[in-house]
Structure formats: structure tokens, C-alpha cells
Design a protein around this ligand. Structure first.
Ligand SMILES: Cc1ncc(COP(=O)(O)O)c(C=O)c1O
Ligand SMILES: N[C@@H](CCCC[NH3+])C(=O)O
Length: 414
């Protein structure tokens, strides 16, 4: 029996972890439908007082069944590649609710998005504007665009996931954006429709967002006065979740804080949350293969950095707990995977009672988990399951070994 707490978090008590591990094997991603839907609705309701559209950031978790759930709730999508667009369409998403971010859109991706009829391209450079114009003119269309402004605010998050500083590759320097808007408005293949920013991820404070919004609104007003009215304003995503003891602002707090700045404006508000919608709705289940005592006590598990990259890439801390009763004394363990890299550590010095075979759950792995998985060391990527009431649906099979050489060719000549 799967019991869901009414909030957006999936905990070990909420689902029969040993039975799921037994049935589907480990490592295994487990997501809760109720948790994802409740997070989306909380965001949507927080902004009920505004004409708004949530465009879920597909990069956080692009599994088809999850995109499908969100599309059914009425979500739009923020994509960063033609691949993500294809996934959204495959899952039944509405292209008219899709915004396309990313600094390196190729001609083929621009053509694909124009043909699909997306809501807007979030343009990240002057050169991209010229390319989108050229592709649109060639196909006899006008591409709807917003400029992603880089407001140069410090999001006060991990430097690898901060995106709104001058030194980041993202967005157009807000000082230069005004001139570029005027140029964009003169181009035959461009319809200027909005403004966009996204300053970083795992934000735990609202002030950087408030700063970014104020700077952007000042530009919106100047443009309007100059005859370039905008139809939408996209404030990006970035709200953090609780990994350890963070107290990230809720969507309601965000709406309350931004509300006074937005009141009375005619622009439709777009948002691109990713992590905040799916992060706490996922667990990664993994089993201890070996205990290896010594200078440090290692627990070698069957999940690795190939399944969950965040600890290796950002030194991110993810809560790890046992997912079944264990008769053993707690010790301080380094939880490590089988991959031949010293960075293949999922958690250091964790106090856990373990035996070989013990099932562990790594928390808050619904976002930037499976999507960042790789096949390094020829490891098939893990399965994913969605729990829904007392049902568990396999939404992605563990990759078969054949997937490890799909698309490869042996030499035919001797
Ligand atoms: C342009 C853009 N929008 C939205 C997001 C989603 O961010 P988060 O998952 O932190 O909400 C990202 C990732 O940081 C992004 O780069
Ligand atoms: N992958 C990152 C977030 C990247 C945000 C994308 N702009 C993480 O796990 O925290």
C-alpha cells in the first residue's frame, strides 16, 4: 500500500521500498505522482491572482510519463534542445506553451521549434537573434522572441548553478539589451513578444529574484515608452528545495514578494520551475553490495555517479537513509559506487546501520537525477517507477545491455 503525505515530498515511509526494490531491482528511481501534482498545483495556485503560465523546466526530469502528467495539468514547458521539444510533443505537451532557452540553438533546432509553433524563443545573444531571424525569413514566418536578459545579480547559490552574473555565459547583458530590442523590432522574421531572465538554481533567498525583476521591469517600461510593448514576462525558475536543512522560499512566498512589483501590469507572467516541482518527489533506491572497513569505512552500493551525478559534480549533499529495518550498529560510512573514479562518492561520513544487502534510499533525487545519468563504465542507466495510489508503474525500464552498443558499428573489413 502506498501512502502519500499531502505535500510534495516522497519519503521512505510513503512507499513500500523493499517491495519496489525486489520487484524492479536496484538502482531504481521512484517518483510519486501525488507529490509532483501537489507541487505543480501549489505553484499554480500561488500565482492564481496573475495571468500566468507555468513552463516546467524539462531538464530537471524529462521522463515521458512525468511530462505527460504535467501536460495534463495544463503545464507549459521550458526546453533547451530539440531533443527536449521532441520529448514534450511525444508526451502530449502543447507546443503553444513551450519556451525555448539555451545559448547554443542550432539552425535545425530553430527550424524544428518554428515548425512546431512554440510560444517563444528566449534569445541569449545578438548572434542568435540574427540566426533566428534568418531561419524565420527563409521559412516565411515570424519567430516570437523574448530576450533573456542577464541582470547581473548574485543568486547566492553554488557557482556552477548561478546563471545571472555578468561572467556567466547566459543571457544578454541588461545594459546592451535595450539596443538589441530596438534592432530585433526592426527585423522581418522576428516578433518581439517578451522578456526573460533566469538567475540560477537552488535559490534559497528571494532578494536576488526581486532585484532581477526590478531591473527587468525598468527595461520593460523604457521599451514600452519607446513603442515596443511586451506581452509576457518570464521570471525563470530556480526556487530551491530541502536537501539538508535549507528553508527555501515557497511559491506562495515568491508570489507574495513579487506581487507588488507585478500588480497592474499587462504582461502575462511565465515561470520556469524545474527542481521545485519534481526534486522532492523522487528517491533513488540502492543496495549495499559490500562493506569494506579500514582507514575509512566504505559501503559500496550498486548506484554510482553514473546514476546520480550531483554529489560528484557539485559536492552536493543528498540525504541517505536505510529503507528497511537493519539489525546492526551504526557507524560512519562513506557511501561509494562501483565506478573507477574517486569522485564516485554519494555521501561521506554518514552514520548508518548497514549490512551487505541493506537497501538505502537517497532523498530528493527527482530533479537532476536520472537526466544526468550516463553509461560510463558501460553501466546501463537505471529504471524509473512512478507510484500512484497503491499502484507502481514502471515508466522506464533499466537499459538492456544491447543499449550499450546501440548505433555503434563494428568494422567489417579485416
Ligand atoms: C533557463 C532555465 N530555466 C529554468 C531552469 C530551471 O531551474 P530550476 O530547476 O532550478 O527551477 C533552468 C536551470 O537552472 C534554466 O537554465
Ligand atoms: N544540474 C544542476 C542544476 C542545473 C541547473 C540548470 N541551469 C543541479 O543538479 O543542481
Amino acid at each position: 500500500m502506498v501512502i502519500h503525505r499531502p505535500d510534495a515530498t516522497l519519503a521512505v515511509e510513503d512507499c513500500p521500498t523493499p517491495a519496489l526494490a525486489e520487484r524492479f531491482g536496484t538502482p531504481l528511481y521512484v517518483y510519486s505522482r501525488a507529490a509532483i501534482e501537489s507541487a505543480w498545483r501549489a505553484y499554480d495556485q500561488a500565482f492564481a491572482g496573475f495571468d500566468h503560465q507555468i513552463c516546467y523546466a524539462v531538464k530537471a526530469n524529462g521522463s515521458l510519463a512525468i511530462l505527460q502528467l504535467l501536460a495534463r495539468l495544463g503545464s507549459g514547458f521550458d526546453i533547451v534542445s530539440g531533443g527536449e521539444l521532441a520529448r514534450v510533443l511525444r508526451a502530449g505537451g502543447d507546443p503553444a506553451r513551450v519556451v525555448f532557452s539555451g545559448v547554443g540553438k542550432t539552425e535545425a533546432e530553430i527550424e524544428q521549434a518554428l515548425a512546431a509553433g512554440i510560444l517563444a524563443f528566449n534569445i541569449e545573444s545578438a548572434a542568435e537573434l540574427e540566426r533566428i531571424n534568418a531561419v524565420a525569413v527563409r521559412s516565411g514566418q515570424r519567430a516570437p522572441v523574448s530576450l533573456r536578459v542577464n541582470p547581473d545579480v548574485d543568486a547566492r547559490t553554488h557557482p556552477y548553478i548561478s546563471t545571472g552574473l555578468k561572467e556567466n555565459k547566459f543571457g544578454i547583458d541588461i545594459q546592451a539589451a535595450e539596443g538589441l530590442y530596438h534592432h530585433a523590432a526592426s527585423l522581418p522574421g522576428i516578433a518581439v513578444t517578451g522578456m526573460d531572465f533566469h538567475i540560477g538554481s537552488q535559490l534559497t533567498e528571494l532578494e536576488p529574484l526581486v532585484d532581477a525583476l526590478s531591473r527587468s521591469l525598468a527595461l520593460v517600461d523604457r521599451l514600452e515608452a519607446d513603442g515596443i510593448p511586451l506581452a509576457h514576462l518570464d521570471i525563470g525558475g530556480g526556487l530551491g528545495i530541502r536537501y539538508e536543512d535549507e528553508t527555501p522560499p515557497t511559491p506562495a512566498a515568491l508570489a507574495e514578494r513579487l506581487g507588488p512589483l507585478l500588480a497592474g501590469r499587462r504582461q502575462k507572467l511565465l515561470m520556469e520551475p524545474g527542481r521545485a516541482l519534481v526534486g522532492e518527489a523522487g528517491l533513488l533506491l540502492t543496495r549495499v553490495e559490500y562493506l569494506k572497513p579500514g582507514h575509512r569505512d566504505f559501503a559500496i552500493v550498486d548506484a554510482a555517479m553514473t546514476d546520480l551525478l550531483r554529489p560528484a559534480l557539485y559536492n552536493a549533499w543528498q540525504r541517505i537513509e536505510t529503507a528497511e529495518p537493519v539489525d546492526a550498529d551504526p557507524r560512519l560510512y562513506d557511501i561509494v559506487g562501483p565506478v573507477c573514479e574517486s569522485a564516485d562518492t554519494l555521501g561521506s561520513e554518514r552514520s548508518l546501520a548497514l549490512r551487505p544487502g541493506t537497501l538505502l534510499a537517497i532523498h530528493a533525487t527527482g530533479a537532476y537525477g536520472f537526466v544526468m545519468a550516463s553509461q560510463y563504465n558501460a553501466r546501463p542507466r537505471p529504471a524509473e517507477v512512478l507510484v500512484d495510489g497503491d499502484q507502481a508503474h514502471l515508466i522506464r525500464e533499466r537499459e538492456p545491455l544491447e543499449a550499450l552498443w546501440q548505433g555503434e558499428h563494428l568494422l567489417e573489413s579485416p
